[in-house]
Design a protein around this ligand. Sequence first.
Ligand code: AP5
Ligand code: MG
Length: 308
Amino acid sequence: MPSSSMNKNETNEQKQSLLKNDDKQNKTDTGANIILIGAPGSGKGTQSTRLVERYQICQISTGDLLRQATQDKTSLEGEKIRRVMETGGLVDDETVMSLIDKSINKPECRNGFLFDGFPRTIYQGEQLEQLLESRQKRLDAVLEYAIEDDHLKRRILGRLIHKSSGRTYHEEFNPPKQPMKDDITGEKLERRSDDTNETLSARLTTYHKQTKPLIDFYRQRNIHRSIDATQSVNDVSKQSIEIVDYLRKQTTYKPSTSAIRQTETDDTLTIKSKSIINQRDVDTSHLSNNFLFIYNAVISVLRDRGII
Ligand code: AP5
Ligand code: MG
C-alpha cells in the first residue's frame, strides 16, 4: 500500500478517534452557571429542564419557589406573595434573595446552577454578584429568550402544568398523551392562577419596566446572548447549548462588583472602573459603551496573558 494512502487512512482513523473523544467529552463535560431571562411564556421553564440535564446542574426557579410558598394557606407571608403574583407584580427583593441564598447551597447545586426567572431587577442582579463573589463563583452565560409580546398570549393561555413535578405542557404546542393528565404519573394537570389575560398584561408591563434593564447590565459583563424564542423548542435548546458551551470556555472580562460601579445619569450609562488593572486606577467614565466594551476585552486579554 502506498505510504500516502497509509497516511490518509491513519489520518481518518485519528479523526474518527478524535470525534469519539469529542463525543465522550461532550457527555462528561458538565457544570455551568446560567441565567435565563425572558418574558412570561418565552420558554424559560421548558428550556430549563433540558439545560439542567445537559449540564447536570440544579434548576432554581424563583417562580416555582414562590408558588410553593403560597401553598400554606394559613401563612400570612404566603398570602401576601400569592396576591403579588396574581396581580403580575414582583415579590419583594428580601423574600426572593432569602430563597436564593438557601437554594444555592443545596448539594444538587454543587456542579452549577440555572436561574430561571431570577434576577428580575438590577438590585437582584447586584445582590447575586455579591453572593457569587463571596462563594468565589462566577456566571458563565445569561441567555435572553427574545420574543414579541403578541406571541405570548397563546402560549400562556394554553399552558398546562403538573404541579408537583413542575412539568409543563401546552394544549396545542405540546399536548399531554391523555387530555389534562400528566404523561408520567397520570395525575391531573392544572392551569396557573396567574395565566389569565389580565394578569399576563401586568406581567408583561413588569417585565419591560423592571427586568429588561438587566439585559444591558449583563451585556456590559460580556456574558449576555439573545436567542430567538419563536423557534421550535429543539432549535432554542440547540442554540442555548452552543452558546453556553462557547461562553464557558471564554476568559473574557467578567467584572466583579468591586471592579465596577454602575450609575445612571441623564439616561447615559456611566461606568467607573475602580480596579480593572490592579496597579493603576483608570478612569473610564468618559468612554462610550461601545468603546468600553472593546477596552474591557483588550484589558482582559492582556491580563490573561500576564502582560499587565
Ligand atoms: P415565573 O413562574 O417565573 O413566571 P414568568 O416569568 O411569568 O414565566 P412563565 O413561567 O410564565 O413562562 P416561561 O418562560 O417559564 O415559559 P414556559 O417554558 O412555561 O414567575 C411568576 C411570578 O412570580 C412573577 O410574575 C412574579 O410575581 C414572581 N417572581 C418570580 N421570580 C421573581 C423574582 N426574581 N423577583 C420577584 N418576583 C418574582 O412556556 C410557556 C408555554 O409555552 C408552555 O405551555 C410551553 O409548553 C410553551 N412553549 C415553550 N416554548 C415553546 C416553543 N419554543 N414553541 C411553542 N411553545 C412553547
Ligand atoms: Mg416558568
